[in-house]
Ligand binder design. Sequence first.
Ligand code: 5GP
Ligand code: MN
Length: 316
Amino acid sequence: MNIFEEVKGAKTIGISGHIRPDGDCVGSVMGLYLYLKKICPKAKIQVMLEQPADIFSCIAGVEEINSDFEPITDCFDVFIALDCEKTRLGEAEKYFDHAGKKINIDHHISNATGCGDVNFVVPTASSASELVYKVLEDKSQIDAEIAKALYIGIIHDTGVFQYSNTAPETLEIAAKLIAYGFDFPKLIDSTFYEKTYVQNQIMGRALLESILFMDGKCIVSMIDKKTMAFYNAAPHDLDGIVNQLRNTKGVECAIFMYETGSLEYKVSLRSNGELDVAKVASFFGGGGHVKAAGVTMQGTFHDIVNNLSAQIAKQL
Ligand code: 5GP
Ligand code: MN
């Protein structure tokens, strides 16, 4: 895909990504936004996205994100959904549905066919940000701010080049991006590793209360609404907990969940080996990648663990 060819002539362009935007979502959306602003100076381009976490305020243009999700008055000529299929666009889905032309760029295996009129879905790609880099035809238009946004996306979805989705091409693209000369060690620290005191406290609590089961092959932990309120924590304050659980020796599957409503939990799944967690999440209506997936589930904590265990046991 060549993004310039796809948006050529459009007077209005909308860009969005998934609810609870993570590093790859924000990075790919903002990288594409900054690029399109340069190559389509006459078009009105808008990012319609939930407000990203404060750590992403280092990305140029985030203050221009529109999170109001007003009712549609004028349909977008082109609307681009990044890092998800349309049902995970949240309140931005209506803009996608009514757009003159729908474009979908994604790397989730659970979104195999794509949901746009034009699709660029590559499940083997490390990140949506890597795919955005590929569709930017005129590389001479890339600048340090665009490179920074895409680099953040790649480091977040690869766990700083650790996860198995890191391919030689991922590193080649990352190498080209750091050549633009931004402070990448600082970016990695401030957006990926650094935690606030409260975030560390909640993580400590989640680790302390975690439970091993299936002969130590699975680990689960949960944070309820009361605990989140006690720490005044938002969902993004829980980022990284499931990865820490996954680091437990012997564990093949890590499960972390937090309470989102009465008998409702947002579940994160991570695999350390052969287990395909996208399959497990998809069974319950969620999705994601083979080694990192998520789903929202109903029931008590114990019901959910039991239901997940049955699906995990089928594979282990
Ligand atoms: P996380 O556990 O970090 O929220 O998500 C892990 C991966 O699964 C991410 O790539 C995310 O986009 C995807 N994912 C998380 N929750 C859901 C969900 O409810 N539905 C789908 N389709 N994908 C999800
Ligand atoms: Mn992603």
